[in-house]
Ligand binder design. Structure first.
Ligand code: 4AD
Ligand code: MG
Length: 464
């Protein structure tokens, strides 16, 4: 095997036949007869396998026996034109080396199709399946495309903190971060926990959103985005919620709500187009295996203008629908996924950007409309997913923002640094957050958010 450089399977499948090659990877299947063994080898570089053809007479019987599904091997041989259908080239093996065996009696991934639920229990082998290989390559491609999109537009990637003392969404579902001894908590005179003795000298949590810090960035650099993990301790056991998920949050000075909507629509279409252009084999696999309408749905989103409508108009449509919803609708209620999906999947049959929500169901920082009742928030609603993006124009007036903070009984103290952006050189600005895994649910067609992240974190589940 000396003297040859290892070629990835993706590369091998495109090489011209008639040369010596070295391939390394994991055995997907082995079949054959007395004379010849056919090994399908995959190394994660592509959904496709390279076929290895081994003349039984050339190899020790013992060696061939140890090459079973899941084993890791290195192969040298001639790349030749394939006689079989399904591949242009294959490797006629001269030498095979086994790196790691996989005992067929205990190896959990046998040839039969496994359920997605079962695969979640074997996180170390899950990525070796076709399905997760495809999902994880698409996940990578989308992360790359996100950075490319913003870089090409001149946005600055801002790293916002993971540990924070403020609650951006005000929903209170944060994971506490502490080094205090749980069995011996320090107390203040009136019996409260004394956080001044904690690591940061105050109460801290894992961030639910990088937005507030992102706004500071936008008020200096103009256009920024964050892309990092966010954490929510909400006890939502649904196919669309994770306790740890990744979010992309652009924040732009001088953008009003209309500009914000234009950016959100252009951004999502760019990402879906990128997947269609660059993840063709993986998407085709997912389309054939799980969801025959996947590619059609992706193409239709790229070519459709999103509907824009106000919350008030949306409520009117839902009320007039005659539909019996589990959660009844009336002006003022927070929309449930069933309502969002009715609008997107049944009424309009395309993505919807909904704006101008009642202020009481949205966060404190949203720009207040003149009607005194609504705020300039926007949610992008998608087929199969419901809410994929949440955002708003931000309240730029210090006076109005402080009044809202008081109204909600929030503490000014932990937000003084944020309020400084309204004190010194305030500007109209807007931003939004795209849930990375929600985007991946849409792009891959997977039905459960646990299946688009390598190591899902959900209530009562944090193994691996
Ligand atoms: O609507 P959300 O809560 O908005 C914010 O956090 C704003 N600070 C964003 C901003 O304006 N910069 O969350 C934004 C998106 C949602 O639309 C959804 O896609 C995703 O984050 N998301 C979740 N994804 C997975 N699991 C969860 N528990 C999620 N909660 C929100
Ligand atoms: Mg939201």
């Amino acid at each position: 095997m000396e003297g040859l450089t290892r070629r990835k399977v993706k590369e091998l499948l495109k090489l011209a036949p008639g040369q010596k090659v070295l391939a390394k990877g994991w055995v997907r299947t082995k079949r054959g007869n007395k004379n010849v063994a056919f090994i399908a080898l995959n190394d994660g570089s592509t959904i496709n396998n390279i076929q290895i053809v081994a003349d039984v007479a050339k190899f020790e019987e013992e060696l061939l026996k140890r090459i079973t599904t899941g084993a890791c091997i290195a192969v040298t041989g001639d790349l030749v034109e394939s006689m079989g259908s399904g591949q242009a080239v294959e490797i006629q093996a001269d030498a095979i080396r086994i790196y790691g065996e996989a005992d067929p009696n205990t190896y959990p991934l046998q040839k039969k199709g496994h359920t997605l639920e079962f695969l979640r229990t074997i996180a170390h082998l899950r990525p070796r399946t076709n399905t997760f290989g495809a999902v994880l390559r698409i996940r990578h491609a989308m992360a790359f495309a996100i950075h490319k999109y913003f870089n090409d537009k001149g946005f600055v990637y801002l790293h916002t903190p993971i540990i924070t003392a403020s609650d951006c969404e005000g929903a209170g579902d944060m994971f506490q971060v502490t080094t205090l001894d749980m069995n011996n908590l320090p107390r203040t005179e009136n019996g409260d926990i004394d956080y001044s003795q904690d690591f940061f000298g105050r109460h801290t949590s894992l961030t639910v959103s990088g937005q507030l810090e992102g706004e500071l960035g936008a008020m200096a650099l103009g256009e920024i985005y964050t892309f990092g993990p966010t954490f929510r301790a909400e006890n939502s056991n649904t196919p669309r919620h994770l306790a740890e998920f990744w979010m992309i949050e652009p924040e732009m000075a001088f953008y009003e709500i209309g500009d914000n909507m234009d950016l959100a629509e252009d951004f999502i279409k760019y990402l879906v187009r990128y997947a269609l252009d660059n993840c063709t084999d993986d998407l085709k696999f997912l389309n054939d295996m799980f969801d025959k309408e996947l590619i059609g749905r992706l193409e239709s989103v790229v070519n459709t203008e999103f509907v824009r409508l106000t919350y008030t108009e949306g409520i009117r449509i839902l009320e007039a629908s005659g539909e019996k919803f589990e959660f009844p609708v009336s002006w003022g209620v927070d929309l449930q996924s069933e309502h969002e999906r009715y609008l997107v999947e049944r009424h309009f049959r395309k993505p919807v950007i909904m704006t101008d929500y009642p202020k009481d169901i949205k966060a404190f920082y949203m720009k207040q409309n003149d009607d005194g009742k609504t705020v300039r928030g926007m949610d992008v609603l998608f087929p199969k997913i419901g809410e994929i993006i949440g955002g708003s124009e931000r309240e730029a007036s210090l006076e109005k923002l402080e009044a809202r903070i008081d109204e909600l009984g929030m503490s000014h103290e932990t937000l003084e640094w944020y309020l400084d952006t309204r004190r010194f050189g305030a500007a109209p600005h807007s931003g939004f957050g795209l849930g990375f895994e929600r985007l991946l649910l849409f792009v891959t067609g997977m039905g459960n958010i646990r299946d688009v992240i390598p190591f899902p974190r959900t209530p009562k589940s944090a193994e691996f």
